[in-house]
Design a protein around this ligand. Structure first.
Ligand code: CUA
Length: 152
């Protein structure tokens, strides 16, 4: 009788092992499906009015919205031009891979994900030129990926 119990136990172990191997193999497959969904979202974003034409828009007194698209390897528009002493809300998306968006010298710093919109707001003062950097590794040209914010 004990032999049968051990046999069942051994078979259960084998099934468990097979189960975990199968799960491991399916895992990456699921990730690839997610990637193609991201691609679809990114395409949908191209048709998003806000990003069809990357630009700066006045949305209130001293309040501007900048619709920015990050790509390998730059930002659009470049430069981003806003008037002095204003509030600027950046809405940033990517049309290819994950990038970063950092306005050097301010606390504006975010990750930019394809199919998603990152939003951040900064107050700008005197006319000045800021550098914009990508701080997520995004490919061979990552180190040259930069833009400009001109406060005029
Ligand atoms: Cu884009 Cu690094």
């Amino acid at each position: 009788a004990y032999e049968k119990i051990w046999l069942v136990f051994a078979i259960l172990l084998i099934l468990l092992l097979l189960g975990s191997v199968t799960y491991g193999a399916v895992g990456p497959g699921v990730a690839m499906v997610a990637d193609s969904e991201d691609q679809i979202n990114a395409n949908a974003l191209d048709e998003d009015d806000r990003f069809a034409e990357p630009r700066v828009e006045r949305v209130g007194e001293n309040h501007y919205e900048a619709y920015v698209v990050a790509f390998q390897f730059g930002f659009q528009p470049d430069p981003i031009v806003v008037p002095e002493n204003s509030t600027v809300t950046f809405q940033v998306t990517s049309r290819d891979v994950i990038h970063g968006f950092e306005v050097v010298g301010t606390n504006a710093n975010t990750m930019v994900v394809p199919g998603e919109v990152s939003e951040l707001t900064v107050e700008v003062g005197e006319p000045q030129e800021y550098g914009i950097l990508c701080n997520e590794y995004c490919g061979a040209g990552h180190h040259v990926m930069e833009g400009k914010l001109h406060v005029v």
